[in-house]
Design a protein around this ligand. Structure first.
Ligand SMILES: [Zn+2]
Length: 159
């Protein structure tokens, strides 16, 4: 026997969409990097027990604790990477924000969560300077548009 066909009117579809929107609104809004932060807290504990230093370093880095990560990392390349973030400048490198083709010359390098707020590291594509500061407002807008597009896409899918 075939399952009964579900014929929905536009009103019923609208009703369902409304219910789904309500359901989505109830779910707490958790940023992906906040989820990573919570996981990093667990991993920090685990790696402190097992003594896996590179794992511990990455768990600390995920919490924006790059100075500590630099100190505990065993691998030299990891130490060097974390050092760059630990020493990232909070002021702008001074290069032009746009190139001749009007393209933005900074990009988001890494976004972490420090337990209270999101911390963004951006890198200048001209001089390579790593900066601990929010991206260019235009880049921020672009990222928000991309995020909104993903959200719209997810809303069209049934829970
Ligand atoms: Zn620069």
């Amino acid at each position: 026997m075939e399952p009964p066909k579900l014929d929905l009117t536009d009103e019923q579809r609208a009703e369902i969409a409304k219910e789904q929107a309500k359901w989505k609104a109830r779910a707490p809004v958790v940023q992906p990097n906040q989820r990573l932060y919570v996981r990093a807290l667990q991993l920090e504990k685990e790696h402190r027990q097992t003594g896996y230093r590179d794992g511990l370093a990455e768990a600390l880095a995920t919490q924006d604790r790059f100075t500590e990560a630099t100190e505990v990392a065993e691998r030299e390349d990891l130490r060097e990477e974390y050092r760059q973030y630990a020493e990232a400048s909070t002021s702008h490198c001074g290069c032009d924000s746009r190139d001749r083709n009007d393209l933005l010359t900074t990009h988001v390098d890494r976004i972490v969560f420090d337990g209270k707020k999101q911390v963004t590291y951006t890198r200048c594509t001209q001089c390579g300077t790593l900066m601990k500061r929010d991206p260019h407002p235009e880049l921020k807008k672009q990222l928000q548009r991309e995020k909104a597009a993903v959200k719209r896409h997810n809303l069209t899918m049934t829970p």
